[in-house]
Design a protein around this ligand. Sequence first.
Ligand code: ATP
Ligand code: MG
Length: 465
Amino acid sequence: MVKKTIKNFVGRLFSAPRSQSGPQHYPRDVHQIDRRRVSRHAIKVCEVLAQHGYDAYIVGGAVRDLIAGFIPKDFDVATNATPEQIRPLFRRARIIGKRFRLVHVVFGREIIETSTFRGSAHKNQVTDEHGRILRDNLFGSQKDDAARRDFTLNALYYDPLNEVVIDYHNGVDDLQQGIVRMIGDPDTRYREDPVRMMRALRFAAKLDATIEPATLAPISELAPLLGNVPGSRLVDELIKLLTCGNAMACIISLRDANLHHPVLPLLDPTWKLENGAAFVQLALDRTDHRVRTGRPNSPGFLFAALLWPLVRERWQHYQQEGQHLIQALNDASDEVILQQTRALPIQRRFQSDMRDIWFMQPRFEKSSPKAIRRMWSQPRFKAAVDFMQLRAEAKEVDSVLAQWWMDLANANDTKREDMLDALRGNKAGSGPAPAKRRSRRRRRPSKKHRQTDSHQPDSAPSGDT
Ligand code: ATP
Ligand code: MG
C-alpha cells in the first residue's frame, strides 16, 4: 500500500512545477496528504501561531509518514516564534529542554512538541573531541532549520492551512525513490550525533528504502562512536528501532553494520544458539504485527524476548549443574541481564518486567487453583501469557497448554471460575491437566531427584516460588 502510494506520487511529482532555486513548494494535488489524517491539535497549534503572525509547519517524521502512507506516531511543529512567544498563546503549554528549549502544547493526552527553527551557526556549537555536539541553542530561519535535520526525507515542512509541503533538500524525491540520504557531509553529521547511524538503518527498514552509498559509507568506521552516546538515548533509539514495524530487518542491518555492540552485545551469542535467531524472528514478527495493527508493545516484553534464548540456554545449563529450577532461572536471568546492562542501561522498571515475564513461565506448569488465582492478579500476567504463546510458537512449550492460559487470560470472572472448577475436578481436558500431574510431582521432589534432575525448561516442573 505504501509502495503504491509512493508510486502514484512519482507521477504527480514529475508533473509538478519546479522552481530553479529555493525550496520546492508542493501543492495538495501533488503531495496528497489527507488532512483528515493530520492531528487536529497540530493543525490548531499552526492556526493559533499563524493568527498571531508567525510561520508554523508540521515537520519531520509526521510529514514523511503522511506522504509515505503511514499513520504518524506523533506530530511536531516548527515555527519562527520563540518559546517565550509560543507559551502564552496556549492554555496548557510548558517550556522544556536544557540543550534546546522548546514548548510542549498539551491537549488532553496529546502533546504537540513545538520548536523554534534552529540556527546553523556551527561556530556557536560546543563539541567534544570526536565532534559530537554538546551544546547549541541558536534559533534560525526555516532554511537553517532544514539544514540541521538529519535526512532529506525528514526535512519536509507541511503547512496544514494552505496544504503545501515545503522541501529544501529534495526530500520528496528521495522519499518517492526510497532513498535515505544525509543532509550535508555524512561523516561530519554522524560525528555530531552518532545516533544518526541507527536512525539511518531504521528509516531504511521502515520505508523499505536503501541508504544512499555516501550516507552508508562512513557507518562501519564510525560505529564505535555510538559508545560515547548517553545510554538513555540509546535505549530510546533501540526501542524506536524495535517498534518501527520492520524490526527484524533493523536488527539484521544493525548487526551487518556492526552497530549492535553498544546496544545489543548479546546478539552475537544469541545468533550462535540453535533457534536463537529464529526465536528473535518470531518475537519481532509479532511485534511488527502489533505495530501495524496499532497495538502497544511494552519495552519489557521486547527485551524479555530478545534476551530469552540466552536466558533459556543458561537456565538449562544451571539445571544440568544440579541447581533447583527456580534458582537456576534466577541465576540465568541475573547473568544475562548483567551482561546486557553493562553495555546498555535498560531502565530498572523494564528489567523488573522482564523478570516477571520470565519467572511466570515455569509457574504456568502449575495447576493449583490457588496459585493460578495469585498469578492472574499480577500486573505482568497477560504479558507473560503472551510470552508463553511465543514460546509455544517456537515449539518450546505445549501449544495446547499455552492456549489454555490464553483462554484464561481472556476470560471473564465467571468463565475463569468455570475453568478452575473443571481443573479441580480434573475435567479440564487437554489444557492444564499435564501441568497438574507435573506440579504434584514437583511439590515434593526427593533430595536425589533435586540433585540429579536435568530438566529441559519446556518440560520442567516448576518449584514453588
Ligand atoms: P519517529 O518519530 O517516527 O521516530 P522522526 O523522524 O519523527 O521519527 P523524531 O526523533 O521524532 O524522529 O524527530 C523529529 C525530527 O527531528 C526528525 O524527523 C528530524 O527532522 C529531526 N531529528 C531528529 N533526530 C535528529 C538528529 N539526531 N539529527 C538531526 N535531526 C534530527
Ligand atoms: Mg517523531
